[in-house]
Design a protein around this ligand. Structure first.
Ligand code: AMP
Length: 491
């Protein structure tokens, strides 16, 4: 095993706000099977969050809400969905969080009784000024029930001086910053909104004449809905019995969707921003092969995240592709385990080597990304244990040097392997013969651009470049540490 463990490994995190949430959202307006379709949509979006799920429906008179810890399929049974979640309007949410704040009060959709009526809201993403706003709201007397930043939005809607709910919602959006895809519901409306840069994804579909909103198109495929279009960056759509109305309350911005949806987060069968996620990942693998060729006998993907890139790498390099690692599908994503020891164990629970493929071979192992390095360390060792002669690690994205604050849930910077190690020490740490990452330019090329334009980058790519596309207000100013500890106390 490598000796030079990173300094940060045993460090106690100074702050875990409980606000870093990456999730899946879904909504359907005016359909006979609204709750069942929502449960199916959430099931297709399960990869976006496995910690908890919730559905809120409206039956013309009453709202119904079921919010559970765990997987959609384990809780949203026929009985729950059909007997309890009545109504033709429905929204739902899958929650993903890595912090200790795994509590029922944080499960979405959040429901509030406003003076204009009931309002249910779910949110994928993360606000970069939620703590600042929250502090201010608390000073003014707001009482928070959860530690989720989504509740900040609800409070802003409740306190807005505008008359109509949609105006109040837009009023709230004009105060928040960060990355968000929101799906909301009232007794007459389904509402969808995407942040001004379109960092988080949101798509519009149609089924039997009813509009559907979802984080990804894979949620439409499962229910047989037709993809209509993406919700634009900065767009608010309001769906009523009269049809769809579009509002654009923000100054016009060029979109800057999150590159990590393409690299890791979205499902490969989804179409994001008009691109097949599968094709993009394969192209990233081809670019990687062009940039960092090494002679080898076999290409082995880290399943499932590295598979499309490894297929691309194998096609470009003409080295045979083999399933040298088998994944046990009955274990959740290792990354979701909050403790480092459990995460490390999780990698062993999840993967095992196919000795027949590996023994005596020079192996190129391919994954989509390195975050803390836990997965790579275990799997490189697993290749050697299975008799590999050489192990070359290839990563189909650049080194992650900066934390994310928009909802993809990377850890604090000090825990990112690439933030504290240069290439050589990363290679030593994971114990591989060689290590190479795809370049930032390579990512842009795989996405169909000649190169990254420094003035007008096409994607939110701060994880690799440090170029954050919005202010990080919660992290600014002398008051920062105080603000950050506020939530730790609440959580
Ligand atoms: P690590 O073991 O910490 O280096 O994490 C890298 C592994 O986690 C890779 O296999 C990735 O596919 C996966 N991964 C990358 N980003 C994320 C994320 N935001 N959430 C969960 N898993 C991730």
């Amino acid at each position: 095993m490598p000796q030079n463990k990173p300094k940060h490994e045993n460090a106690t995190p100074k702050y875990d706000s409980g606000l870093r949430v990456a999730c899946g959202v879904f909504g359907i307006f005016d359909h006979d099977d609204a709750a069942a379709l929502t449960a199916l949509g959430l099931h297709a979006l399960q990869h976006r969050g496995q910690e908890a799920a919730g559905i809120v429906t409206f039956d013309g008179k009453h709202y119904h809400s079921e919010r559970r810890m765990g997987l959609v399929g384990d809780h949203f049974t026929k009985q729950v969905v059909i007997d309890r979640l009545k109504g033709r309007y429905s929204i739902g949410h899958n929650r993903y969080s890595t912090t200790g704040d795994t509590v029922a009060r944080n499960i979405q959709p959040l429901f509030s009784d406003l003076d204009v009526g009931g309002f249910a809201l779910c949110h994928n993403g993360n606000l970069t000024n939620a703590l600042t706003l929250r502090k201010d709201l608390i000073k003014k007397g707001a009482i928070f029930q959860s530690t989720s930043d989504t509740e900040v939005i609800t409070h802003l809607v409740a306190r807005s001086t505008k008359r109509l709910l949609v105006e109040r919602f837009i009023d709230a959006l004009l105060q928040i910053e960060g990355g968000y895809a929101l799906v909301g519901q009232t007794n007459k409306k389904l509402i969808g909104a995407r942040d001004p840069l379109g960092i988080r994804p949101l798509v519009l579909g149609e089924l039997d004449g009813s509009y559907v909103l979802a984080s990804e198109t894979c949620a439409f495929d499962i229910i047989g809905a037709k993809f209509v279009r993406e919700i634009d960056n900065g767009e608010v759509v309001v769906i009523t019995k009269d049809g769809l109305e579009s509002h654009r309350p923000f100054p016009k911005h060029a979109p800057r969707p999150c590159i990590f949806e393409y690299i890791y987060f979205a499902r490969p069968d989804s179409i994001v921003g008009g691109r097949s996620v599968y094709d993009v990942r394969k192209e990233m693998g081809k670019q990687l092969a062009r940039e960092s060729h090494v002679d080898a006998d076999v290409i082995v993907p880290v399943p499932d995240s590295g598979v499309p890139a490894a297929i691309g790498y194998a096609q470009e390099s003409t080295i045979p592709f083999e399933l040298g690692i088998i994944r046990n599908h009955y274990v959740g994503r290792t990354f979701i385990e909050p403790e480092q020891q459990i995460r490390a164990l999780g990698v062993r629970l999840k993967h095992s080597a196919t000795r027949a493929v590996i023994e005596g071979k020079r192996v190129i192992m391919i994954d989509d990304s390195i975050v803390r390095g836990t997965t790579s360390v275990k799997l490189v060792q697993m290749m050697y244990d299975a008799g590999a002669k050489e192990v070359h690690m290839r990563i189909a994205s650049p080194p992650i040097t900066h934390s994310d604050f928009y909802g993809i849930d990377t850890p604090d910077q000090e825990k990112l392997l690439a933030a504290t190690h240069d290439l050589k020490s990363m290679c030593d740490y994971i114990g591989a013969g060689t290590l190479a990452f795809l370049s930032v330019e390579g990512i842009y090329r795989a996405m169909g651009h000649d190169s990254r334009n420094a003035e007008t980058p096409q994607f939110t790519d701060h994880c690799f470049t440090g170029d954050y596309p919005t202010r990080l207000r919660d992290r600014e100013g002398p008051d920062m540490q105080k603000q950050l500890s506020l939530l730790a106390e609440v959580g």
